[in-house]
Design a protein around this ligand. Structure first.
Ligand code: SDX
Length: 429
């Protein structure tokens, strides 16, 4: 880190601030002592220009459309690796050797079952409860079962909790789906790979054997890879902030799930598919594009735009390719939603408004079409996002706990409320 410095002038005062450089990407101005030296805070709602931490896990270049996990491009990981290999990379910082991968797969596979009492939690929910509400509740409840891995000061317990989360999220997600549709839970099978196990737990029924389609399983695995981690996005920042108070990892992941649910974040894949369904046909696209451009209309094109990517989201390209693979394998020739999506993308990429605002399709634009084709209802889309993002949340949480600079997160504010005033008895109000 090469340190330079910046000088800030406030009135007759000037303050020198350290400027730090990372390996790649923008420098940061260290303002840690700003309040002490100037009695002023910085102001950056939405944290558009704020780095909250140092990290080695994921690097994004929004202008170049670059996404690296521990230095490896997402395109190469999605092409050559599998999801558990990416999990190992995110957690440990290096690609595993064959022996390390075999051991990691074995350890994850043998943590996929959940405590049998967990199934009682589901019966408290209505069958039509949104699966994300169920996941918020059940994942938070894991800390009531796994007390032996909640001491965050113990690296061994942190790793056990990390593996448990990665291993059990598919089981809980599948249970949430089965409960939602009124079918019996399906237990994990240790002779299946991660994605195949998940598809079987979702779509198998006791009445007949379920044979996993390897093309669909590979597509599911790649979708998990594409959603694994994404720097300091809203839900990851939520997990870090919750973890900074010393909360146990299961509670922190439940907080991340709650944040991801929002339609501006992880809820977009559900919202994007609902939008494509509402548009319904290509001839109605101009009406919706006009609405998206109308300042007085809150409507936005779901799946377009990104806080960081001001160029094409590299994940969206791979997602689009996966969509065609899945639809091809399933013999879905002319999916009207795909037709609308591709025409909407073509129009948006040539429209002055979207070009000027640098609005490109993001990962969520195509994922909904793919997940629907795989057989999932829209209410499960964000659950699948949460399943995949759990490894990113856990890796970032571990990095935060191990960071010597880490303290409890406690932002300040610009107060614009009433100055001090005295209480008025009701007779005088
Ligand atoms: C994810 O952070 C991550 O990494 C998230 C994520 C991850 O992997 O964790 O990548 C996953 O959340 C992807 C983003 C999914 N969200 C959506 O697709 C929802 C629709 N997109 C927008 O809500 C919006 O683009 C955001 C929230 C994604 C980004 O918001 P910004 O950066 O705050 O952008 P902005 O709201 O300042 O928009 C800039 C301009 C605005 O117009 P002006 O006020 O300048 O006139 O672009 C307009 C916006 O009105 N705009 C859109 C638009 N997105 C932004 N106009 C129409 N349709 C859109 N989708």
């Amino acid at each position: 880190m090469t340190d330079q410095s910046a000088t800030l002038k406030i009135g007759d005062k000037s303050v020198d601030l350290a400027v730090k450089s990372g390996t790649i990407g923008p420098d940061v101005i260290d303002i840690g002592a700003l309040y002490k030296n100037t009695a002023s805070f910085t102001y950056d709602p939405g944290f558009t220009s704020t780095a909250s931490c140092e990290s080695k896990i994921t690097y994004i270049d929004g202008d170049e459309g670059v996404l690296l996990h521990r230095g490896y491009p997402i395109e190469q990981l999605a092409e050559h690796g599998d999801f558990l290999e990416v999990c190992y990379l995110l957690l440990y910082g290096e690609l595993p050797t064959a022996a390390q991968k075999k051991d990691f797969d074995y350890r994850v596979t043998h943590h996929t079952m959940v405590h049998e009492q967990m199934s009682r939690f589901f019966t408290g929910f209505r069958r039509d409860a949104h699966p994300m509400a169920v996941m918020c509740g059940c994942v938070g409840a894991l800390s009531a079962f796994y007390h032996d891995s909640t001491d965050i000061t113990d690296p061994h317990q942190r790793m056990v909790a990390s593996l448990r989360m990665i291993a059990k999220m598919p089981t809980l997600a599948a249970m949430a789906y089965k409960y939602h549709i009124g079918q019996p839970f399906v237990y994990p099978k240790n002779d299946l790979d991660y994605a195949s196990n998940f598809l079987r737990m979702c779509f198998a029924v006791p009445c007949e054997e379920y044979v996993v389609n390897p093309v669909l399983s590979r597509a599911m695995d790649r979708i998990f890879i594409l959603h694994a981690d994404h720097e300091q996005n809203a839900s990851t920042s939520t997990v870090r902030l919750a973890g900074s108070s010393g909360a146990n990892p299961f509670a922190c992941i439940a907080a991340g799930i709650a944040c991801l649910w929002g339609p501006a974040h992880g809820g977009v894949n559900e919202a994007a598919l609902n939008m494509l369904t509402e548009i319904g046909s290509v001839d109605r696209i101009p009406e919706y594009v006009a609405r998206a451009k109308d300042k007085n209309d809150p409507f936005r094109l779901m799946g377009f735009g990104h806080r960081v990517y001001k160029n094409y989201d590299p994940r969206a390209k791979i997602m689009q390719k996966t969509t065609h693979e899945v639809l091809g394998e399933l013999g879905v020739k002319d999916d009207p939603l795909l037709e609308v999506a591709m025409e909407l993308e073509r129009i948006a990429l040539t429209d002055e408004y979207f070009i000027e605002k640098k609005l490109y399709p993001n990962i969520d634009f195509y994922s909904g079409i793919t997940l629907k084709a795989l057989g999932f209802p829209t209410t499960m889309f964000t659950v699948l996002f949460a399943l995949a993002r759990t490894v990113g949340w856990i890796a970032q949480w571990n990095e935060m706990i191990e960071d010597p600079q880490q303290r409890i997160g406690r932002p300040r504010q610009l107060y614009i409320g009433e100055p001090k005033r005295d209480y008025l008895p009701v007779s005088k109000r």
